[in-house]
Write a protein that binds this ligand. Structure first.
Ligand SMILES: [Zn+2]
Length: 384
């Protein structure tokens, strides 16, 4: 399908969280010929940008040589379309750039990310999304709360982009310094004030927009205000707490983010291990599972897949028919045995991923798993 008019040009003016990229709409775009250029490049500084540019030019030259004559013109137009996006200076906090372009359709998407990507240049019948899928799986948005008994700061962290959502504090000393209170009374009042302060913070956290769609919450700060606060959260919020960090209030936000990312990544790893274990038990019991690329593809097409489970950095060589879109693992035939159409080479995992996006299946990228490897790098947990 061709991109809709409003989806033809996307050039955000600030760094983009990977969760804001419309992977589903991107997965619906394809053409019968290899006219979609996808570029993943590092862009954290001037020297990195220079080496990315020379890598990209050498890939362009190699691709030009191998192109059939009817694709040279579209390829040249894609190259001139991306020229500015590839060459422009990095923004503050930028680590990488993802560019999708199609010359004949004047289609251009440029995403600047705060995350790192592995360099890649691909010419295909559709935008190449697998590296973004991995990032999306590793970097879901999460909240980070820094607090002690009298001050709190609430942040959201989206793909390495930190934003302060709000802060609050109480002044315990001022509030209670007047009057000749006994130490006991003072302590009691102080305790009460802290409790009501933490109650307000808990409400702020629950009011955080998108919190239900976020991976979770990291709670940081000195002392035991952290655990006191967790006790005050309703059960569904308590379940969202991914970890606690014992750090001073003065910790720099960049440092907080680094530690928070670590907690979030560990959480993601344990979730994906759980999915891999669920798949293993489903396969071993012979229940609601599919494995092998043909079986998984068919299940996706029938909309039966609950979770598609992919092994990270895995390549399954195969081919796709440019005409009827049939794809499968194995050696590329001269022409499609179903319709006689022209074929091109693909990584089957990319096509399975796009199918999952189109059919609303969840995708889990697993980093290491012997069983999944023994299944050939891909499996699916089925709905029915
Ligand atoms: Zn075909």
């Amino acid at each position: 399908m061709e991109p809709t008019p409003e989806f033809k040009t996307i050039l955000p003016e600030s760094l983009v969280p990977v969760t804001d990229i419309d992977l589903r709409s991107l997965s619906e775009i394809y053409d019968e010929t290899d006219i979609y250029l996808s570029i993943y490049m590092k862009s954290a500084g001037r020297s990195e940008l220079d080496s990315s540019r020379s890598f990209i030019s050498s890939r362009f030259r190699a691709m030009e040589k191998s192109l059939p004559s009817d694709l040279r013109e579209p390829f040249a137009s894609a190259i001139s379309l991306v020229e500015e996006a590839v060459g422009s200076q990095p923004w503050k906090g930028e680590r990488s750039r993802v560019i999708f372009a199609c010359g004949p359709l004047s289609f251009l998407h440029v995403y600047r990310l705060g995350l790192e990507v592995e360099p890649l240049v691909v010419l295909d019948t559709s935008p190449f999304l697998l590296p973004l899928a991995r990032l999306r799986d590793d970097y879901e948005d999460y909240g980070l709360l820094l607090l002690d008994s009298q001050e709190s700061r609430l942040f959201t962290i989206r793909s390495h982009i930190l934003q302060e959502e709000g802060r609050s504090s109480i002044d315990l000393m001022n509030k209670h310094k007047k009057g000749g209170w006994s130490q006991m009374r003072f302590n009691r009042l102080r305790k009460g004030a802290i409790k009501s302060f933490l109650g307000e913070v808990a409400e702020d956290v629950m009011g955080l927009e998108r919190v239900s769609s976020m991976r979770g919450l990291v709670i940081a700060g000195p002392g035991d205000a952290k655990s006191q606060l967790v006790e005050m959260l309703p059960p569904q919020m308590k379940d969202k707490v991914m970890g606690m960090l014992d750090v001073p209030m003065g910790t720099a936000p960049a440092e907080l983010m680094k530690m928070g990312d670590q907690v979030a990544l560990e959480k993601e790893r344990s979730l994906s291990q759980k999915t891999a274990a669920d798949l293993r038990s489903a396969v071993l019991k012979g229940q609601l599972s599919a494995y092998g690329t043909d079986q998984v593809r068919d299940a996706l097409m029938q909309g039966r897949v609950n979770s598609l489970v992919l092994l990270n950095d895995f390549v399954i060589p195969g081919w796709i028919c440019e005409k009827c879109q049939h794809f499968q693992e194995g050696r590329q035939p001269e022409s499609c045995p179903h319709c006689g159409g022209r074929t091109s080479r693909i990584n089957v995992l990319e096509e399975l991923y796009e199918l999952a996006q189109r059919t609303g299946a969840q995708v889990e990228v697993v980093h290491e798993d012997e069983f999944l490897q023994s299944l050939g790098g891909v499996g699916a947990i089925l709905r029915y």
